[in-house]
Design a protein around this ligand. Sequence first.
Ligand code: PEP
Ligand code: MN
Length: 335
Amino acid sequence: MIAVLKPSATQQQMEHICQWIRAQGVEVHVSKGQYQTILGLIGDTSRIDMELLESLEIVESVKRISEPFKSANRKFHPDDTVVEITPDIKLGGGHFQIIAGPCSVESHDQIIGIAKSVSASGATMLRGGAFKPRTSPYDFQGLKAEGLELLLEAKKITGMPIVTEIMSVEDLPLFENVDVLQVGARNMQNFDLLKHLGETRKPILLKRGLANTLKELLMSAEYIMAGGNENVILCERGIRTFETYTRNTLDLSAVPMLRELTHLPIVVDPSHATGTARLVEPMALAAAAAGADGIMVEVHNDPIHALCDGAQSLTPAQFDSLAQKIFKVRRAVTE
Ligand code: PEP
Ligand code: MN
């Protein structure tokens, strides 16, 4: 349920009404826009007498909403959320970032070399998996703690904030200096992990599950936000369909659809969506044109010998050409 307050409502009146609502066992999320204050009522709103609420002098209107996601809902929070990655790098609300790097951190020279080259091409954030969720237990599982150390070294050298996947709550202490914690597609509904991440205030890049709806993605975001962590970035990375020529099917309509439904920033990952390097550029450009707040792309110095996802990895030269085109598309759609 949401209650829109009249512009004339004072702070004291607003606090009074919030107290009254909370006394009935319902949480209130206050969103102060430029012109209006909106109260988002969270919990069992059946206890609230809607007519009574509407009759209060400072209330303009009351609406029951059916979506079960409250914190992520744009109705409660009309302004775009801007996630501050570092004091200089923000994502969302007009701040666009390119995240690039290898699927997995493989060695010191590999990650430092790729970090330097993607940074020179215009990437503003470095990705790289240290803990890898692989389909087969016999495949490379990542360098784990050592991989995180190498990412931190790359951050020190290039100044780029790092994005890397966390698979287990137990590893959380190792991620203290990581800028953005990625929740991979396979863990989108690992509710225990999401709850723990909700207790941190770290930016979280939440990837859409392989076969999950947008509502389920938003409900997972809700798990993180319910703990008080509002720094959630959503990532569309393709979903399973009957198509087999591509690794997944990139659901680009998710970008404008999520834009309507939520205030959270939206990033598109065309690498895992397509699985094929030559398809990454057109889909990355399409994502930028569709209004994504960021693009995440896999780049490898030697894709043929990559320990993971070589087929979808761009070479540094291919990435350089793509980045320049992305900036052009951004200019075209934002001017
Ligand atoms: C990744 O980004 O490295 C990854 C494993 O992606 P996803 O969870 O989308 O498959
Ligand atoms: Mn990968």
